[in-house]
Design a protein around this ligand. Sequence first.
Ligand code: DGI
Ligand code: FE
Ligand code: FE
Ligand code: FE
Length: 188
Amino acid sequence: MNREQALEFLQRSLGTGPRYQHSVRVLETAIILAHKYGEDVTKVELAAIFHDYAKLMPIHELKKLLLKAKEDSRLVEYHSELWHGPVAAYLAHREFAVEDKDVLNAIRYHTTGRANMSRLEKIIFLADYIEPQRDFPGIIETRELAEVNLDEAVLKALSNTIAFLLTKRSAIYPDTFAAYNDLIRNTK
Ligand code: DGI
Ligand code: FE
Ligand code: FE
Ligand code: FE
């Protein structure tokens, strides 16, 4: 599947509205990061295009697919916002025959992160966070770090997200802490 075909499939799921436009910006941002940090551009493109493939599915549909995918059973106890990545990875594999494990993991973990993220996983996670239309507290510093140090930028995005979830009294999924702890220990 080439980039144009993948975008075509994405449009069938998301239409051409704001969520599709976000995905195109993530794609463009991720390609820039791929060149900067020496990642395979074809893999980056595929993961970026499909990362939010399931974002607009109704919650009952996401839940059904999550169970079908035999996903981590803890996920259903957390916010439904965390389901669209795992479901997108499942559909990318099952419906679109994406077989590359690294690509599927980048889609799978793009919201939460996890310990021992690959370079590809970090690039998708970060591109999703810093694409040009994002406006979070601390985004400028995260974008500056993305220019110079992939791990530091991912760490900053994770810290910002954890701080944001704390202010909302939200539950925080363990993989997000695992990603944070892993990078805190290994970036010095
Ligand atoms: O799908 P997008 O909107 O492009 O972005 P995303 O997939 O990164 O979703 C991020 C949202 O998920 C963000 O508003 C915070 C929320 N969220 C809820 N619980 C958690 C969480 N994010 C992380 N990292 N960990 C959580 O436990
Ligand atoms: Fe997402
Ligand atoms: Fe297979
Ligand atoms: Fe996204």
